[in-house]
Design a protein around this ligand. Structure first.
Ligand SMILES: C[S@@+](CC[C@H](N)C(=O)[O-])C[C@H]1O[C@@H](n2cnc3c(N)ncnc32)[C@H](O)[C@@H]1O
Ligand code: SF4
Length: 358
């Protein structure tokens, strides 16, 4: 099973971000971490934990003592696999060499840094607090602190951004994993208002697709494998935690708005407002067979691991569309396993919709 811990604090809000996070003062942080600790302590299981993920928000922006208290409690309370991947999400602004060394010494073995872009004008528009130099320095500091498994997040979609050039620079710094996300214009964000008010800052859909395709080709040449639509890694550096999500593992989420899944049909979400969370409010959802089937197909076809036909509640092989797609080599079937031919990743959404609805 997998553990996710949500740290809902940031130094400031970026214009595009709709994640559950706030700037928060020290009293709120203290109250939150007390509650989080209590939540972890009251969870009962004897299952082995294969990965732990501190996500956010920005886990690196809170006092490092909170992270170590949480991690120690998780280690005391759960059986942790000796090779467990332990990731911490970080922002370049809040990553000092000293902090990174501390994280390393307590057992965090993977750092995921929100770089977003290496163009200062783009960073400025996005409302990021760091510049290119600080982003590159944070990666160097992580290397100096002894981290081998370093991931960076990048965004595709802003005018003036050049993701291929950014990746070339990042690879020189021995980054092992890149998440390249298409910028989503989320509801109730300053970005959404800017677009509605006519600010011409986004690339067209065609330009975004072109950027993505160029990036895929470039990273392939560098021997970085695309193992999910937005995720690229050198061999052995794929995110084990995310693979767990995509292949249907059980996971438990602690913290504001965190989701849990029992590996079968039950998904639970903690309240995503602080008051509700402090009161222990949760929302439970029992998936129907068809909802679960759709999820298995969707997650499986977006990554290189595919899905197993036997996991579905019905026989997909009885559908004409499935057999047509296998015939056309769009889907690759090997015994029980089905994968999307990587040539068709860009149009995976329409293939998934066809497969589910026809
Ligand atoms: C929770 S943040 C973690 C890193 C850290 N908070 C930071 O931003 O430096 C996870 C990642 O989600 C991505 N993200 C956030 N909002 C997004 C959006 N509207 N569209 C696409 N990606 C987004 C960003 O690349 C970000 O680095
Ligand atoms: S992108 Fe990261 S730093 Fe910016 S608001 Fe969202 S979680 Fe916070």
């Amino acid at each position: 099973m997998r553990i996710y811990v949500h740290i809902p604090f940031c130094e400031s809000k970026c214009i595009y971000c709709a994640f559950a996070s706030t700037v928060g003062d020290s009293d709120l942080q203290k109250k939150y971490f007390d509650k989080l600790l209590q939540e972890i302590k009251s969870y009962k299981t004897s299952e082995k934990v294969e990965s732990i993920y501190f996500g956010g928000g920005t886990p690196s922006c809170v006092d490092k003592k909170y992270i170590v208290i949480l991690l120690n409690e998780i280690k005391r309370h759960f059986i942790i696999d000796k090779n467990a991947e332990i990731t911490l999400e970080a922002n370049p602004c809040s990553l000092s060499q000293e902090k990174l060394e501390y994280y390393k010494s307590v057992g965090i073995n993977r750092i995921s840094i929100g770089v977003q872009s290496l163009n200062n004008k783009v960073l400025n528009i996005l409302g990021r607090r760091h510049n290119k130099k600080q982003a590159l320095q944070s990666i160097k500091s992580a290397l100096n602190a002894g981290f081998k498994n370093i991931s960076v997040d990048l965004l595709i979609g802003l005018k003036k951004s050049n993701i291929k050039k950014d990746c070339a620079k990042l690879l020189k710094l021995k980054v092992k994993h890149i998440s390249a996300y298409m910028l989503q214009v989320e509801e109730n964000t300053p970005l959404k208002s800017m677009i509605e008010n006519g600010r011409d800052i986004l690339k067209s859909d065609d330009e975004c697709v072109k950027d993505y395709q160029n990036l895929v080709m470039f990273l392939q040449k560098k021997k970085m494998q695309r193992y999910e639509i937005s995720n690229f890694a050198f061999d052995g550096y794929e995110s084990q935690h995310n693979i767990g999500y995509w292949t249907g593992d059980k996971y438990v989420g602690f913290g504001l708005g965190a989701h849990s899944f029992d590996g079968y049909f039950t998904r639970t979400a903690n309240s995503s407002d602080f008051d509700g969370y402090f009161l222990g409010k949760k929302h439970e959802e029992i998936l129907t067979n068809s909802e679960r089937d759709e999820e298995i197909i969707m997650l499986g076809l977006r990554c290189k691991y595919g899905f197993n036909l036997s996991k579905l509640s019905f026989d997909l092989q009885k559908k004409k569309i499935f057999n047509d797609l296998v015939e056309q080599n769009v889907l690759i079937k090997d015994l029980d396993s089905v994968k999307l031919n990587p040539k068709f990743y860009e149009i995976s959404n329409s293939i998934i919709i066809k497969l589910i609805n026809e």
